[in-house]
Design a protein around this ligand. Structure first.
Ligand SMILES: O=C(O)CCC(=O)C(=O)O
Ligand SMILES: [Fe+2]
Length: 398
């Protein structure tokens, strides 16, 4: 189970000298978009939240290690950015995306006894199948989506029992439905590894941007190095079950499929979702459904990126270690609620890139998240930090 948190409504970092000179700009301008690219449907009532296109970087630019992408990184991920950026034209991505996303409904419809065998309670459902185990904002268990988790890089991250017991959500082995859906392992690993590879390229440019901002002693905290060293990346194949809303129900809520949260790791890769109705792939029948983000100036916007683009969001750990130069991204998912949206499901894939469990994190003295978990010397391994977080969320102890 991935841990996130409910969302703060204001940025938690005190403005730096560099920030103080900057005025907050309207979102469209902050993103370098012309206002006409922020669309608002003319509807009688109430108007849906604006839909905003991500800042996009062509893959050919991303792979130039010496190229200067700092303007785009700042526009997309910096203190005034939306917190999500997309990469276009990644070779091989569209095929790998379709191959994996088409398997999400198949995992969800495996027989119940097979899914039970794919569960891993000892990792708090952080490997294999997980459905109805995670708590929502409302405190209710989340039955709206099912997830299949695995480490796409390492089937057995460690054989040391003591580590497996200490950090079960990272160190336990993968579980694959080898007999019932053998193609899942192949497709999952292929897409997960590609998203990691592209994520590392993006991380390199994020590091260059952060260093340009004058963050001292950043070397040990390089996002690229931190991700490259890690043995605990996690992929999550998500299947959102069709939802039905009665007229008076919460169909209008933007978090009707996935509650508001920020991811707690370093960088999250996301695919554009695939919608199906009765096993037929369809365009999403409700333009208001999909991924939403809360912007730095507290607006809720629907985010769009192309089917063949890979999107990346910043996690809390990166915000903390970059001293707020890169900001974590509060997000949620809205289910279709229009009349023709019944029986529509949604499949997507998230690739959580996070530091190794053994990685020493030096936390700055002021952080906007979970400061009560940090010891006075400000140092914890990522594994210790994550365990403290899990305890905070699931047992109410720190
Ligand atoms: O379904 C999505 O698009 C986002 C999923 C997500 O936020 C997560 O798994 O943390
Ligand atoms: Fe998320």
């Amino acid at each position: 189970m991935e841990i996130g948190r409910l969302v703060r409504t204001q940025p938690g970092w005190a403005p730096t000298a560099a920030d103080r000179g900057r005025r907050r700009r309207p979102l469209a301008l902050a993103l370098g978009l012309s206002p006409c690219r922020v669309r608002c449907r003319a509807a009688a009532m109430p108007p849906p939240p604006p839909s905003v296109r991500t800042v996009s970087i062509p893959f050919s630019d991303l792979k130039e290690r010496d190229g200067d992408l700092s303007r785009k990184i700042e526009e997309g991920l910096g203190p005034n950015g939306l917190g999500i950026i997309s990469i276009a034209d990644v070779p091989g991505f569209p095929e790998l995306r379709k191959e994996l996303l088409r398997l999400a409904p198949k995992v969800a419809s495996l027989p119940e006894d097979v899914k039970k065998e794919l569960e891993d309670p000892d990792s708090r459902y952080s490997f294999g199948w997980s459905h109805g185990k995670e708590k929502l904002e409302s405190g209710k268990l989340d039955t709206f989506k099912g997830s299949f988790y695995a480490n796409p890089v390492l089937d057995v991250p460690t054989t040391e029992d003591v580590l497996v017991r200490r950090y079960p959500s990272y160190c336990r082995p993968n579980i694959w439905p080898a007999n019932h859906l053998p193609e899942l392992e192949i497709a999952f690993k292929a897409l997960g590894k590609l998203m990691l590879e592209v994520g590392l390229m993006l991380a390199h440019h994020c590091d260059r941007y952060v260093m340009q901002q004058g963050v001292g002693s950043y070397d040990g905290e390089s996002l690229e190095q931190t991700i490259a060293r890690s043995r605990c990346h996690k992929g999550r194949l998500l299947y959102y079950f069709p939802r039905k809303f009665s007229k008076s129900e919460e169909g209008g809520s933007v978090s009707s499929w996935c509650g508001w949260h920020t991811d707690h790791g370093s960088l999250t890769g996301l695919t554009c979702a695939l919608f199906t109705r009765s096993s037929m792939e369809i365009p999403c029948p409700d333009s208001a459904a999909g991924l939403y983000i809360r912007t730095r100036d507290d607006q809720v916007v629907k985010v769009t990126f192309e089917e063949d683009e890979l999107a990346y969001q910043i996690g809390e750990t990166t915000e903390i270690l970059s001293r707020g130069r890169l900001c974590a991204t509060p997000h949620c998912v809205k289910a279709p609620s229009s009349e023709n949206a019944s029986n529509v499901d949604r499949s997507t894939f998230a690739m959580f890139m996070q530091p190794d469990w053994d990685e020493n994190l030096k936390f700055p003295s002021e952080i906007p998240y979970h400061h009560e978990l940090i010891p006075p010397n400000g140092t914890l391994t990522f594994g210790e930090y994550s365990e403290r977080l899990v305890n905070k969320y699931y047992q109410g102890k720190t």
